[in-house]
Structure formats: C-alpha cells, structure tokens
Design a binder for this molecule. Sequence first.
Ligand code: PLP
Length: 375
Amino acid sequence: MIYLDNAATSWPKPPQVARAMAGVLNQPFGNPGRGGHSASLRSGRTVDACRETLAEYLGAAPERIIFTLNCTDALNMAIRGSLRRGDHVLVTHDAHNAVMRPLAGLEQRGEITLSVLRAGPDGIIPPEAIDEAVQPATSLCVLTHASNVTGTLQDARALTAAAHRFGLPVLLDAAQTAGIEDLRGIGADMIAMPGHKGLLGPMGTGVLCLGEHVELRPLREGGTGSASESVHQPEMLPDRLESGTLQLPVLAGLLQGVRFARANGSAIREYENYLINLLRKRLAALPGVTVYGSADAPHVGVLSFNLPGMECAEAADRLDALGFCLRGGLHCAPCMHRWLGTQGTVRASVGPYSTEAEINALADAVAKILKERES
Ligand SMILES: Cc1ncc(COP(=O)(O)O)c(C=O)c1O
C-alpha cells in the first residue's frame, strides 16, 4: 500500500509515537491533575512536557497552549468563543469547512456577517484585500495558512500585519502547515492546528495557541482538577478552556511527534516540496491531466489533479485498486472548489516518510489508467 493522504492525517508516524502511547497504556498512568498520587503526578508531567515543548516550538507561554481534540475543535473554540452578535468577519476563499461551518452557522442565525477576501489568479491573497474588505464592525480575520486542496501557501505574516493595522485579531488555520512551516514569526493572535498531521502525533489531538491578550469564552465547562471549591469555571489558563479528562495516551504520542517535527522541520519542508514538485511535473506531462494550483506560488506538500473525462471519485477508486491511498472529492472545502471551478479533485499529499519511488509509481499508475481508457 502507498499512503499519500497526509493532508488528512499523517502516516507513518515516527516509531517513538506509538511506543510512548503503548507505554502510557501499559503502565500505571493516572488521571492528570486529578490526584496527588504518583501515577497521577506522572501523567501530569507528561502533559506538562507536551505543553512546554509546544510552547517553545510555537513561541508562546505554556498556559496559552490549549489541548483540543483536533483542528476543528480548536477552530470552533476560537471562533465561537470570541465572536459576538453584530460582528463582521473576514475569511478566505480556501477555508475548510472547519472554519466555514461555524461561521456560516452564526451568519445563518443572523449573529454575524461575513466577507471573503479577494485572491489573485494564483490563489494568493494580497494584503490590500484586507484593506478593501474591512468594515467598522469587523472583529476577526480568519486566515487559512495553506489550502488543503492545492497546497498553496499564503503569506500569513504580511496578511496578519495588514489585519493588525486595523486592530483586527487574526485566527490562523495552520492545519496544513503546523510541523512544517515556521509559525513563530507570523504574529497571529490565535493559531489552530491538528496534532495528527504535520506534528506527527496520533489522531485525537489538536492545539489552540493563544496570543498574550486573547480571552475566550469556554464552549465546554466542567471539572479541571483545579479550584474545585468553586462551581464556576476557573479564570486561569489553560484550565478555563480544558474541562474534563485530557487524552493522555495521545498527548504522550504527540509529545514525541512534536519533538521529531521540531528537530527536522526545515528538512521536512524542503523534502516534501521536492516530492510534490516532482509529482506536479510528472502529472502535468501526462496528456489531458489537469493539475490545480499555481506551480509558481509557494506551497506545501499537497496537490490536486483530475483525469480527462473521469470523475475524481472514480479516479481515486481506480488508484485505490492499484494500491494508492489518495482522496477524491471536495476535501471539505466547497468554497475552494467554487473558486477553482471544479466539482472535486483527486488529492495527493506527502509526508516525511514518502519516497521518490512512491511518487514515480503514482505517476506511472495514472499513466496506466489513461492508457487503459484509450484502448
Ligand atoms: C485547512 C484545514 N483546516 C481544518 C482541518 C480540520 O482538521 P481536523 O481534521 O484535525 O479537525 C483540515 C483537515 O483536513 C484542514 O485541511
């Protein structure tokens, strides 16, 4: 099997991820923050190590690293925990439904209004698009760092600076860039990310990284193991936003994934770019194959394509039968497909363990499918 669906979740993970998870499950690890006994304290130390490693990696204070279930959970926490009735929000054409559905739900209930930022023909949003779209009621700008359909990477630093000139807080969806691109210097006020893609942790992990002055209303309230004398949700972070038992086994795995991503970040970025450029070149050379997204625009290791006269679902199924795990469809980004003018695409996305041989095998398989159709 050749796995090229790392944009959905990365695989394989560094071997130490599974080892750490098994270690937690096979030894007495108690509920973190829920007891003074040694098994609970040991779990607490694992949680702290994961939080501190992420904090260092992202350049944030440890208490401003909030653990979530996935990137969607982190985005919901940021969007629904910050917006108020009457707010206007700026969003991008390439936003995933993890961003669009919470926003569209609020819009449908008449609570907020939305504007989509203008992108150039290459899919890049110029900072001036923010100047054009800002209104007096604008209170949040939600940016997608890289498209999960084309891999096109936005200049998040320039866009954040443009939003900040209007005093607008920025929420960055770093689903396709965390663990790969440097998120430290961007200056975003909130960064939502999955732990299970580029950070190489297991599914069931996500992170919301909050800037210094950001305050959110919690969407979930309950036990935090702290301030138990009060029936009210504590004010202090991260407890305010982390109610209920934390997902310790997956956090133990995430810690190992983050350490790996941190140690190898720029090499991973270069390698994934090399592989995806090779795939783009090979696919573009096949007759009738459309590859989406500008080759010249900065991008991450994600690419979409279509075969002539074949539905993307059929193409993905035929590739699956040949042993390739790729995703066909809308990739939860309907606005991006409206922008591209497509009904769906086949998506290939690489990870640090993908190989050149796998990329060539995929291009050969696509060529084979095209040939079979001709005969
Ligand atoms: C750009 C983008 N945002 C958000 C998400 C949601 O991430 P998760 O599956 O961790 O909820 C994805 C998932 O593919 C994504 O690509």
